[in-house]
Write a protein that binds this ligand. Structure first.
Ligand SMILES: Cc1cc2nc3c(=O)[nH]c(=O)nc-3n(C[C@H](O)[C@H](O)[C@H](O)COP(=O)(O)OP(=O)(O)OC[C@H]3O[C@@H](n4cnc5c(N)ncnc54)[C@H](O)[C@@H]3O)c2cc1C
Length: 532
C-alpha cells in the first residue's frame, strides 16, 4: 500500500481538474498537489465520448479556460480539438507529471485533529489500494457515471437483430454506411448524431418522445474572426469571451422574463430552416418553456439541413416495443432499423461516486447545503466543481478554482488551517440543480441542496459570480475559518468518570467534539474560542 501527502489533492483530470491544477500553479505555486484520475487518459468527457460528430454545444470562447485563449477557427469545436486543447494546457503547465492515472477515489475521511483528509483510491490496472493524505480536497469528477449511460428498459430490446448502441460506449468498428439508423432521443447528443450519421447512412430517423428547443448558431464567430485579424489572441480572447457571456446571459434572462416571446422566436427560426409545410408544432415545439431544459444548439443548422435534404427525419412518438427488425411505435407504425442508437442520456453521479466522512461520521450529501455552489456545509477543506447549467461549464470551473486559491492563500496569511461552510440557519432549501431534464430529476434527491439567498444560492449568473468569487469577501456568515487544531485535551483525572466526550452534528451541519473540561480549563478554552 503506497502512502503520500500533498497540500491539495485534485480528483479528476478532465477539463476542470486540469484547469484546477493550472490555477494552483499560477496562484499558489508553493502548494504541492497531485491529480488522481480513474481512467488512463486526460480529458474526461472529451476523451470518453467518441460517437460520430461529437462536439461542444457551447462556444469555445466560454468553454475554454480564462487563462488560455482558444485559437482554433471553429467556435463550436469537435471532440478531438477540445481533447487536444485540454492536453496542450496540461503540458504547458506541467500538470501531466502530477497526474496518477488509473486511481479511482472511493472514499475520503476528514480528521479535524490532524486537519487532514485521508483519501482511499483503488487502482483499476493493478488492483492495488492506495492511501494518500492532503490538507485540501478538490473534486473535479464531473457529474455523471462513466461506466454506464442511461438506457430505459425498452420492451423487446433483446429480440432486435441489428446493432443497439449507447453513445457513451461507441464501438470503434461500427460502420453505419448505407444503413437505416434510428436515434432514440432529442437532447444534445441526438441532435449531434443525426446529421453526422446522415452523411453516410442510408437514412437516419430521430425518434423522440417529445421535442426539444433546437437553435441554429454559426460554427464560426464573426466577431472573433474580425478581432483576431487585428489583435493578438491574448487580447481578442477576453473580448469575445465577455461578448458571448453577455449575449448568453441576455438570452437566458429574456427566456425567463418573456418565455412566450422567446418560444415564438425559436419556433419561427426553426420554421425558416425547414421545408414549407413541415409540422414544426409537432416535432420542434416543446411542452416546457425555453431554458427549463438546456437548449440544443446545431452549428450552421446542420440538423435542419439533413431533414430538408431528406437524409434524416424526425418522428415524435413512443416506443411500444423493439421487434427483430426495428422499433414499433405507440401509433402502431414500425421503423425498420439496422442500427439503433439510444441517445437517452446520462446517469448523474455526485463526486465521482466517492463517499465522504468527517471525524468518523459519514456525510449524507442530500443533507448538506452547497456554499457558493462549490463547498458543502459541515465539510472542512473541501471544494467541488459543478459548472453552470445555462452557460459553459468552464466559466464556473475557472471561478471555483480561483476562489479555492483565494481560500488557500487566506488560510496561509492568517495562520489558520480549516475552512468550513455552515448551512443557513433558516429558509427554504431547494435542489442544487434547477433543470427539469430527466437525468436531473432521476437523481435530484441524492444531491446537495442550495439555500434561498447568497452565499448559499446558485444564481447561474457568471457576471454576478465574478463579483462574488473573484472580488467578494472571503469571510461571511456562511463560512468559518479556524485552527490550527489544538492538541487533545486530557480527560479529567477521575478514573470512574464515564463522560469522555461525544461527537454531535450541530444545526449548521458542523461537527464539534464535546469534551467536558475541568472548570479552570473550560474558562481558558472559552477565552481561546473568543480570540479565534
Ligand atoms: C457529450 C457531452 C457534451 C457536452 N458538451 C458541453 C458543452 O458544449 N458545453 C458545456 O459547458 N458542457 C458540456 N458538457 C458538460 C461537460 O461534462 C463539461 O463541459 C466538462 O467537460 C466537464 O469537465 P469536468 O472535468 O468537470 O468533468 P468530466 O469531463 O466528466 O471529467 C471528470 C474526470 O474525473 C474522473 N473521475 C470521476 N470520478 C472519479 C473518481 N472517483 N476518482 C478519480 N477520477 C474520477 C473521470 O474519469 C474524468 O476524467 C457536455 C457533456 C457531455 C457528456
Amino acid at each position: 500500500m503506497a502512502s503520500d501527502h500533498v497540500d491539495v489533492l485534485i480528483v479528476g483530470a478532465g477539463l476542470s481538474g486540469v484547469g484546477a491544477a493550472c490555477h494552483l500553479r499560477r496562484n499558489c505555486p508553493d502548494k504541492t498537489y497531485a491529480v488522481l484520475e480513474a481512467r488512463g487518459a486526460i480529458g474526461g468527457t472529451w476523451d470518453l465520448f467518441r460517437y460520430p460528430g461529437i462536439r461542444s454545444d457551447s462556444d469555445m470562447f466560454t468553454l475554454g479556460y480564462s487563462f488560455k485563449p482558444w485559437t482554433d477557427p471553429k467556435a463550436i469545436a469537435d471532440g478531438d480539438s477540445i481533447r487536444r486543447y485540454v492536453r496542450e494546457t496540461a503540458r504547458e503547465y506541467g500538470v501531466e507529471e502530477h497526474i496518477r492515472f488509473h486511481h479511482r477515489v472511493v472514499r475520503a475521511e476528514w480528521d479535524s485533529a490532524s486537519a487532514r483528509w485521508t483519501v482511499h483510491a483503488h487502482r483499476d490496472d493493478t488492483g492495488e489500494d492506495v492511501v494518500l493524505t492532503c490538507a485540501f480536497l478538490f473534486t473535479c469528477s464531473g457529474y455523471y457515471r462513466y461506466d454506464a449511460g442511461y438506457t430505459p428498459d425498452f420492451p423487446g430490446a433483446e429480440r432486435f437483430t441489428g446493432e443497439l448502441v449507447h453513445p457513451q460506449h461507441w464501438p470503434e468498428d461500427l460502420d453505419h454506411t448505407g444503413k437505416r439508423v434510428v436515434v432514440i432521443g432529442s437532447g444534445a447528443t441526438a441532435v449531434t448524431l443525426v446529421p453526422a450519421m446522415a452523411e453516410r447512412a442510408g437514412h437516419v430517423t430521430m425518434l423522440q418522445r417529445s421535442p426539444t428547443y433546437v437553435i441554429a448558431l454559426p460554427s464560426r464567430d464573426a466577431v472573433a474572426d474580425a478581432l483576431r485579424r487585428w489583435l493578438p489572441a491574448k487580447a481578442a480572447y477576453p473580448v469575445v469571451r465577455w461578448k458571448n457571456v453577455l449575449l448568453g446571459t441576455a438570452n437566458f434572462q429574456l427566456s425567463r422574463r418573456a418565455p412566450k416571446l422567446v418560444r415564438s422566436l425559436l419556433l419561427r427560426a426553426a420554421r425558416g430552416r425547414l421545408p414549407a409545410g413541415y409540422d414544426v408544432d409537432r416535432h420542434f415545439s416543446p411542452r416546457y418553456d425555453p431554458w427549463d431544459q438546456r437548449l440544443c444548439v446545431v452549428p450552421d443548422g446542420d440538423l435542419f439541413d439533413a431533414v430538408r435534404a431528406g437524409r434524416a427525419s424526425v418522428v415524435t412518438d413512443t416506443v411500444d416495443t423493439f421487434t427483430e427488425r426495428g422499433v414499433r411505435l405507440g401509433s402502431g407504425e414500425e421503423l425498420p432499423a439496422d442500427v439503433v442508437v439510444t441517445a437517452t442520456g446520462l446517469n448523474l453521479l455526485a463526486l465521482g461516486g466517492m463517499t465522504l466522512a468527517v471525524d468518523g461520521v459519514d456525510v449524507d450529501l442530500a443533507r448538506t447545503v452547497a456554499y457558493k455552489g462549490m463547498m458543502l456545509s459541515g465539510v472542512p477543506n473541501f471544494a467541488m466543481t459543478i459548472g453552470y447549467t445555462n452557460a459553459s461549464w468552464t466559466l464556473k470551473a475557472d471561478l471555483v478554482a480561483t476562489y479555492t486559491c483565494r481560500l488557500l492563500r487566506h488560510l496561509d496569511a492568517t495562520g489558520q488551517q480549516l475552512v468550513t461552510p455552515v448551512a443557513p440557519r433558516s429558509g427554504q432549501l431547494e435542489p442544487l440543480i434547477d433543470l427539469k431534464s430527466g437525468y436531473v430529476l432521476r437523481s435530484v434527491d441524492t444531491l446537495p441542496r442550495q439555500g434561498g439567498r447568497a452565499p448559499w444560492r446558485l444564481y447561474q449568473n457568471y457576471a454576478r459570480d465574478v463579483l462574488l468569487m473573484k472580488r467578494g469577501r472571503l469571510v461571511d456568515e456562511g463560512i468559518r475559518f479556524s485552527g490550527p487544531p489544538r492538541p487533545p485535551v486530557p480527560a479529567p483525572p477521575e478514573p470512574r468518570s464515564p463522560d469522555r466526550g461525544s461527537t454531535t452534528r450541530t444545526a449548521e451541519g458542523e461537527h464539534r467534539a464535546q469534551v467536558r473540561l475541568p472548570r479552570r480549563d473550560r474558562r481558558g478554552h472559552r477565552r481561546r474560542q473568543r480570540d479565534r
